[in-house]
Structures are given as structure tokens and as C-alpha cells.
Design a protein around this ligand. Structure first.
Ligand code: SAM
Length: 166
């Protein structure tokens, strides 16, 4: 890891990447694990889910200097209620009891490691918690966003870190 301009702060299995080995990015997550998931549409009825970050890290305390990245993507877990052993929890992780504090710290850390005028791409699924409750956990003002997914529950929201204040 040298001077990659992009940080994926909780990459999971890198599903949304066109190139899961894109060398412009540092891929971080707090777990390294492999699971076999039942999947009737896959050959043999199952498929592997691999979470293999470049770096084991905690998005609440990112191991990078301030103003380091041009772009940060933050796609934290969105599930509180789903059991830890369920496939959704394996795929997306799960929020803990202190999820408000954890996500507040996650936003603060993503903005800290972004350069001034750097871009934060935030993804949230409203399966359990409305996006407005999550946006209330940061003082930064989003630029614009988009809803997608069959039930329009997934939001992609773009922020820009303001110029450093003296
Ligand atoms: C919604 S998934 C990310 C999915 C990913 N964007 C993709 O395309 O596959 C959220 C990820 O956040 C990770 N995570 C949860 N808490 C974390 C923490 N405190 N620090 C770093 N990663 C964390 C989970 O392990 C999980 O892989």
C-alpha cells in the first residue's frame, strides 16, 4: 500500500467494485473470513463469500493520517435485527448496540482522512433504519444522491469535504 487515492473503509466482499483488485484503492474491513452460502442459482447450489481486505481496520479509528485520500467510500452494515449467523449478516455485517456512536465515529473518521474537497461516497440501505436518521449522525451536508434497488431502499449519497478551516 503506497499512495492509492481511494479508500474503501469497509469493503466486505467488494461486490460493488467493477474490479475487485483495483490497485487505485486500499480495501479495509474489520474481518477476514470465508463462508459458503447456499445459492440455488450457482453451480452446485452454493457459492463462496470471501472477505479479504488489504488491511484489517476499524472505521471508527482509521489507521491513516488526516487529509490522505481523494475519495473514500463508506458502506457500513445496515442491519441491527438480523441474526449474526444469517447469510445477510455474513454478507453485510451487523451493527452493534452502539450503532449510532459507531456510525458517527465512522463518518468523522472518513472525513478526517479525506483531503479538503475530497469526495465521500456513502451507501445506505433503509431495510431497518431510515436514511434521514443516519444522515443526522454527521454535520456534513450531502451534495446529492440517488435511490436504487427493486424496492428503492438503497441510497447512494455524495459528500464533499469542505476546505480546511484555519
Ligand atoms: C454492507 S457491507 C460492505 C459491502 C461492500 N461494499 C461490498 O460491495 O461488498 C459492510 C461491511 O462493514 C464491515 N464492518 C462492520 N463494522 C466495521 C468496522 N467497525 N470497521 C470496519 N469494517 C466494519 C463488515 O464486516 C462488512 O463487511
Amino acid at each position: 500500500m503506497e499512495n492509492q487515492p481511494v479508500l474503501d473503509a469497509c469493503c466486505g466482499s467488494r461486490m460493488f467494485w467493477f474490479d475487485r483488485l483495483d490497485d487505485r484503492a486500499v480495501f479495509g474491513d474489520h474481518r477476514r473470513e470465508t463462508h459458503t452460502l447456499t445459492d440455488k442459482s450457482s453451480k452446485g447450489g452454493s457459492r463462496e463469500l470471501t472477505i479479504s481486505p488489504d488491511l484489517l481496520l476499524d472505521f471508527r479509528a482509521l489507521p491513516f493520517p488526516s487529509d490522505r485520500f481523494n475519495l473514500v467510500v463508506f458502506d457500513p452494515p445496515h442491519l441491527v435485527r438480523n441474526g449474526r449467523s444469517g447469510w445477510l449478516a455474513k454478507k453485510y455485517g451487523k451493527l452493534g448496540a452502539d450503532w449510532r456512536d459507531d456510525l458517527r465515529s465512522g463518518f468523522a473518521e472518513c472525513f478526517r482522512v479525506l483531503q479538503p474537497h475530497g469526495t465521500l461516497i456513502f451507501k445506505w440501505n433503509e431495510h431497518e433504519i431510515p436514511v434521514r436518521d443516519i444522515l443526522a449522525l454527521t454535520d456534513h451536508k450531502p451534495l446529492f444522491g440517488n435511490r436504487c434497488g427493486k424496492t428503492a431502499k438503497s441510497h447512494w449519497i455524495v459528500f464533499m469535504k469542505p476546505e480546511a478551516t484555519p
